[in-house]
Design a protein around this ligand. Structure first.
Ligand SMILES: N[C@@H](CCC[C@H](N)C(=O)O)C(=O)O
Length: 279
């Protein structure tokens, strides 16, 4: 039996397995079946911890419930930093992903007395960075679906497109999300954000996540939403982003790095029999 921890950031939930000391045979298919909400434990992202080296405290491998690998997961970055900090007592943790090293700090605040602030790295704004299928201005993509049009795109280590809408509640996100995620403009598919600007320092956001569908919160999506809103002149460079699961505070620093502050939680721990899931 292999121990796991179920964590979440604002209801964006993760099954976390620890392969730092013992190698664990986790194929994409096995991760997907553990992530299945009916036949497995169930989660929005499956997280495998591997040893950190050369300045990183831990390596975090991220898989969506369809088995695909992601370069970034903002909510999991905070959760994994808090898990490592619990072990070491450190207030600062460097989480490595396939997209880069993300320093995370513990701060006082929030209902539980602590929040975690992750430096999610620089927002990347070129069409090749997202990536998009061909050269174009990432501030205006030729893409539309019923009720939405003209998104902006950027990469936060994973691909994001952000639509700005007058009324988020009026959209049927489950109906329009899948086609947008798979549009031919996105050779690696994309996470699709839908943003209602409430004030120059407050956004309401819902995200149809690549490989996962609608989630209660998407940290990298909140970073992309603030960056794209600021690029469009709709907000300043710091805003509260209200997601279905709660609030994140996002700041796009002058050097291009994006800081994300929010809570973490452990829902429960358990153990699972890996052999019960396809290899
Ligand atoms: N929930 C995440 C993003 C997870 C990865 C994403 N679905 C992708 O495939 O890029 C977050 O909090 O950022």
């Amino acid at each position: 039996m292999v121990p796991f921890r179920k964590m979440h950031g604002l209801g964006n939930d993760f099954v976390v397995l620890d392969a730092r000391r013992t190698d664990l045979p986790i194929s994409p298919a096995r991760a997907a079946s553990i992530a299945d909400r009916r036949f497995g434990v169930g989660c929005d992202q499956f997280i495998l911890l591997e040893p950190g080296t050369d300045g990183a405290d831990v390596f975090m491998r991220i898989r969506n419930p369809d088995g695909s690998e992601a370069g970034a997961c903002g909510n999991a970055t905070r959760c994994i930093a808090s898990l490592v900090a619990e072990e070491t007592g450190a207030g600062r943790v460097v989480v490595r992903t396939i997209a880069g090293d993300l320093p995370v700090e513990r701060l006082p605040g929030g209902p539980k007395g602590e929040l975690w602030r992750a430096d999610m790295g620089p927002a990347r704004l070129g069409w090749q960075d997202v990536p998009l299928a061909r050269a174009m201005d990432t501030l205006h993509l030729p893409l539309a679906a019923p009720g939405v049009a003209d998104p902006a795109a950027c990469s936060m280590g994973n691909p994001h497109a952000t639509f700005f809408v007058p009324d988020l509640a009026a959209l049927d996100l489950g109906a329009i999300g899948p086609a947008l995620e798979h549009d031919a403009l996105f050779p690696q598919r994309a996470n699709i954000g839908f943003v209602q600007v409430l004030a120059p320092d407050h956004l309401r956001l819902a995200v149809w996540e690549r490989g996962a569908g609608l989630t209660l919160a998407c940290g990298s999506g909140a970073c992309a939403a603030l960056v794209n809103a600021a690029r469009r002149g709709l907000t300043g460079r710091r805003a509260t982003v209200t997601l279905p699961g709660g609030d994140l505070v996002i700041e796009w620093r002058g050097d291009g790095h994006v800081l994300m502050t929010g809570p973490v939680a452990t829902a429960f721990t358990g153990s699972l029999d890996l052999q019960a899931y396809p290899s």
